[in-house]
Design a binder for this molecule. Structure first.
Ligand code: UDP
Ligand code: MG
Length: 333
């Protein structure tokens, strides 16, 4: 089980309690990897205590806040089970659901995902989300589903596949869909956070939305071309019309309003299109640097023990080894 934790000091005690009681019922052996994503509160000391007292709980601590994607990746690359579940620390992903999800994983299905209802979301947000998913599924090449998040169980094949993707800009919702494999869905009723507050603001959601679009294809660039062609065609037609009118009626030099509207309108459009190009360019820039996707500053021994750094191995291909597990190098020093 992999749980990314960022400022979750209030959620952790309950999480551990619930996991201990639930997991024992559904599986014969398990390990929980709690990943501290550079929290500013007491999350890390709490994780040390948890790992010290419970052999089945391990923790990793990232050197700073790398974001949930990286925290999940850190956990995934250190998970050793045949099946790996990913879950939020705030108990918004009901652990009881694992008893339904795990049995589905046998045989042909490599991923089981939980899909939440939007019961407790504000109406505006639900509407925007629905519209977004309708739009994005037209735009991009993988199928994203509304309500499906990071709560899922993967088998080893799917984990390995995910870890071979070494990209820096990780839109995990898309990556989970991109790797394919047969996927089963389990529905659950949305629940509110157990404690603490969400780290998502509305602006983050919008940015996340843009990430979704540009992470998975270059269609916005193609759309820009088509839009440019359309605008050019309109401009040519209008020019011909103005020219014709000038020939027939003479030039009376009206059109100040049209001119200003056109200039400011096209100015805006050009900025947006430049932004689209810039977005891709920025991503290329980030990818070319090939920086590691996270850095560990601390981790627990495999069997608990608290605070002792351990050598870390990953299931990755050699080409990505350096990007997921720099840890070993750091230790030598
Ligand atoms: N999280 C993280 N790093 C971050 C932000 C969030 O590891 O930079 C974790 C957080 O601790 C939680 C999960 O990601 O376990 C989901 O975060 P949150 O509940 O804030 O998001 P929401 O449920 O509102 O989408
Ligand atoms: Mg949450």
């Amino acid at each position: 089980m992999v749980v990314p934790c960022y400022n979750e000091e209030d959620s952790l005690p309950r999480l551990v309690e619930v996991l201990e009681s639930q997991l024992a019922q559904v599986v014969s052996s398990y390990e929980v990897i709690l990943v501290d994503d550079g929290s500013r509160d007491r999350t890390l000391p709490i994780l040390r205590e948890i790992a010290a007292a419970r052999p089945a709980f391990r923790y990793l601590a990232l050197s700073r806040n790398f974001g949930k994607e990286s925290a999940m990746l850190a956990g995934l690359s250190h998970a050793r089970g045949d099946k790996v579940a990913i879950m939020d620390a705030d108990l918004q992903h009901p652990p009881e659901l694992l008893s339904q999800m795990l049995p589905l994983l046998d045989g042909d299905v490599q991923q089981v995902v939980a899909r939440r209802t939007r019961d407790q979301d504000p109406a505006v947000r639900t509407f925007l989300s629905k519209a977004y998913y309708r739009l994005i599924n037209r735009l991009i090449d993988v199928e994203l589903e509304d309500g499906v998040g990071d709560f899922r169980v993967l088998d080893r094949t799917a984990v390995k596949a995910l870890l071979t993707l070494g990209e820096t800009n990780r839109f995990s919702k898309g990556l989970f869909a991109w790797i394919g494999f047969d996927t089963a869905i389990v529905d659950y009723r949305n629940v509110s956070r157990a404690a603490g507050t969400t780290k998502w603001r509305m602006s983050d959601l919008f940015n996340y939305g843009i990430d979704g679009v540009v992470s998975f294809n270059y269609r916005p660039l193609r759309l820009s071309i088509w839009f440019g062609v359309f605008v050019t065609a309109v401009a040519v037609l209008y020019a011909l019309w103005v020219l014709g009118a000038a020939i027939v009626h003479g030039n009376s030099a009206p059109g100040y309003v049209t001119l200003i509207c056109a200039i400011s309108g096209f100015g805006g459009v050009q900025m947006i299109l430049l932004g689209v190009i810039g977005e891709y360019l920025g991503r290329i820039y980030a990818e070319t640097k090939r920086r590691p996707l996270f850095l560990l500053k601390e981790s627990s021994h495999a069997g608990g023990g608290g605070g002792v750094p351990t050598a870390v191995t990953t299931a990755l291909g050699p080409e990505h080894e350096d990007r997921f597990a720099l840890h070993d190098d750091l230790e030598d020093e």
